[in-house]
Design a protein around this ligand. Structure first.
Ligand SMILES: Nc1ncnc2c1ncn2[C@@H]1O[C@H](COP(=O)(O)OP(=O)(O)OP(=O)(O)O)[C@@H](O)[C@H]1O
Length: 207
């Protein structure tokens, strides 16, 4: 299981423009880091780079287990990382039930994970609706279902609270706390403070 994430001397560019250079971060089991910075500073790009969706210009990203052994990058990303982006990663033509089932199933998790997700994020009344008919907040809650329905150690979250109302923000804050208590790791891009104890990594203004 991923016990630590380390970024060393990381440099990332988009569209030919350098976003940041020499970025270092170490995140341990049970810790959260709030990634802050102006619009366009590179928060989403950093999350996508950690997820393996973008290649850095330079530097290293490493995942380690509890004994300090380096994990295979591909396996760690494929099995132990959840990336919850702006787009939620949902198929809009499916019902919420089918989509949540797919999301909870892909690692062979069972009905228990599905039921847990439904209960955690109040999804029961939405299950027979097509994803395209859900509001932004409902969609985000559905997307969050996989975080608890298919447990993985590292949560990469891109402005996770943005479309949620106060009630579901509080629920999600509670889920994040539980994840940390279970030795999970959270790296979250935010514009507002995270409602859990977290260090801050500030990417600053426009690079
Ligand atoms: N596919 C792309 N091609 C070229 N440039 C891109 C691409 N995606 C993002 N960028 C640029 O990279 C920069 C960083 O974008 P990114 O989305 O990482 O910023 P951010 O800090 O998450 O911003 P926000 O707070 O607005 O969400 C921006 O200037 C953006 O225009």
């Amino acid at each position: 299981m991923i016990h630590a994430l380390s970024l060393s001397d990381l440099t990332v560019s988009r569209g030919g423009r350098r976003l940041f250079t020499g970025l270092d971060l170490r995140l341990q089991a049970g810790e959260a880091v709030a990634l802050t910075g102006a619009n366009g500073a590179g928060k989403t790009s950093l999350l996508r780079t950690v997820a393996g969706l973008l290649r850095p210009d330079a530097g290293e990203i490493a995942f380690h287990d509890g004994d300090g052994n380096r994990l295979d990058d591909h396996l760690a990303r494929g099995r132990e990382v959840h990336f919850l982006g702006h787009q939620d990663g949902l198929k809009t033509g499916r019902t919420a039930r089918r989509e949540l089932g797919f999301q909870c199933d892909w690692l062979g998790h069972t009905q228990t994970g599905f039921d847990h997700a439904v209960e955690a994020f109040g999804l029961e009344p939405l299950l027979d609706l097509e994803v395209r008919r859900l509001s932004a907040g409902q969609r985000r809650r559905l997307a969050m279902g996989r975080l608890v329905g298919s447990p993985r150690a590292l949560w990469l979250l891109d402005e996770p609270m943005a479309p949620l109302d106060a009630r579901w923000r509080a629920v999600f804050a509670d889920q994040m706390r539980r994840h940390l208590e279970a030795d999970g790791l959270i790296l979250a891009a935010v514009h507002d403070p995270l409602p859990i104890p977290a260090r801050t990594l500030d990417l600053g203004g426009l690079a």
